[in-house]
Design a protein around this ligand. Structure first.
Ligand SMILES: [Fe+2]
Length: 253
């Protein structure tokens, strides 16, 4: 499995607090069957600037140096009110230097409370970036809004779902959202969003892989946990899920 959303690089955001914890998380990932991780520290436009990126990059280099498993570099960029202004300065990191950029909204707000939420995605698209929207299930606090989800799909955005939501760690509503999305064929990749070495937001994917396999089959799970993440690291297009509709047979006289 390949994990493209992880705050395992220590001391640069609200993720891993120190190097020993990062090492513990890397060991857990390896034991769990994760073969590669993309380090995606939070980048908050307006709060962090281009200079801070060199600090982030230096820490990512250190992480790579101590890791047994492959480490790639990326970031999780917050689409806040300062996002578009700094976009043309071209300092937001992309995933492994491809055109894919992992972006997020503020998860504390329901998406209906975020004004003009499509604008930053549109601005990325016209500049040749391919947005990966982080943990899409977490923006719908009162159930999914399919108009929004269809708009994202039609625009061709890549949609990421968190292991923690699939496992019920963010509560019943997020679990329900994640299951509904996946069983309706929505989602291109599942990732850990690792923040700690212990507790809930850990470097583990196998439990979610098993659960997703039960929901939509192991071939779809392979796509979400391995093939699409690999395609993203290589800058190639992702593949959509294939959900077999249940066939009813009617036996009558
Ligand atoms: Fe994250």
């Amino acid at each position: 499995m390949i994990d493209l959303h992880s705050h395992v690089a220590w001391g640069i955001d609200d993720g891993m607090p120190n190097q020993p914890d990062a090492l513990e998380a890397l060991q857990m990932a390896k034991t769990d069957g994760i073969e590669a991780i993309c380090s995606t520290p939070h980048v908050v436009p307006g709060q962090l600037d281009a200079q801070w990126l060199s600090t982030i990059r230096a820490r990512q280099e250190e992480l790579r140096a101590i890791s047994d498993i492959d480490i790639y570099f990326g970031a999780e960029v917050m689409m806040n009110s300062a996002f578009i202004d700094a976009l043309d300065e071209k300092w937001y990191p992309t995933m492994n230097d491809t055109s894919y950029m992992l972006v997020e909204y503020d998860v504390r707000k329901d998406i209906h409370r975020i004004p003009d939420f499509m604008d930053p995605l549109y601005e990325l698209g016209i500049r040749g970036y391919k947005p990966i929207i982080a943990h899409i299930e977490r923006y719908f606090h009162h159930g999914l809004d399919w108009d929004i989800i269809h708009a994202w799909q039609e625009a061709g955005y890549v949609l990421q779902i968190n292991r923690t939501s699939i496992m019920g760690i963010h509560g019943k509503q997020m679990e329900k959202n994640a299951k509904e999305l996946l069983t309706q064929g929505v989602g291109h990749l599942v990732a850990t969003d690792t923040h700690r070495a212990n507790g809930h937001r850990i470097a583990c994917l196998s439990d979610a892989f098993d659960r997703v396999s039960k929901w939509i089959g192991s071939e779809n799970a392979d796509l979400l946990f391995e093939q699409n993440p690999l395609a993203i690291l290589q800058g190639k297009p992702v593949t959509n899920l294939t959900i077999k509709k249940r066939r009813f047979r009617f036996f009558g006289r």
